[in-house]
Design a protein around this ligand. Structure first.
Ligand SMILES: [Zn+2]
Length: 128
């Protein structure tokens, strides 16, 4: 909210040059149009990076710049999964060996939760 308030500060309609002769940065009107056809202009400094989209003040939808500024293409970097990271370090054969080893430890009761230990599994079956 705070950010939008700041970015959306309307400079238009007011004179920023007062009698003391203070000059404000050169401004420009940037037009936007939302999908509903609402058009509006935002006053920005000529030095500002013009955002490609602005929230429509009437319906809240994303409005596109009418100056033809296109939204930056999002970098299509595929998310690296845990599996991808694993494969960067180990071959599938290595992983299989590690899995076997760990399963043995698990079933042997050396690692992991007790209900997965082989001895307990047998006990459970026996009492069932
Ligand atoms: Zn709108």
């Amino acid at each position: 909210m705070a950010e939008r308030t700041l970015r959306g500060a309307r400079l238009g309609g007011q004179s920023f040059e007062d009698e003391r002769g203070i000059e404000f940065a050169a401004r420009q009107q940037v037009g936007y149009r939302c999908k509903q056809g609402h058009e509006f202009e935002i006053t920005m400094s000529v030095e500002a990076d013009i955002p490609a989209v602005w929230e429509c003040p009437r319906c809240g939808a994303e409005a596109l710049s009418t100056a033809g500024i296109l939204p930056e293409a999002k970098a299509e970097k595929p998310a690296r999964t845990h599996w991808d990271m694993l494969l960067e370090r180990r071959s599938e054969k290595e992983l299989e060996d590690i899995l076997k080893e760990r399963l043995e430890l698990l079933r042997g009761g050396e690692i992991g939760p007790a209900h997965l230990h082989r001895a307990n599994a047998k006990k459970r079956k026996a009492s069932a």
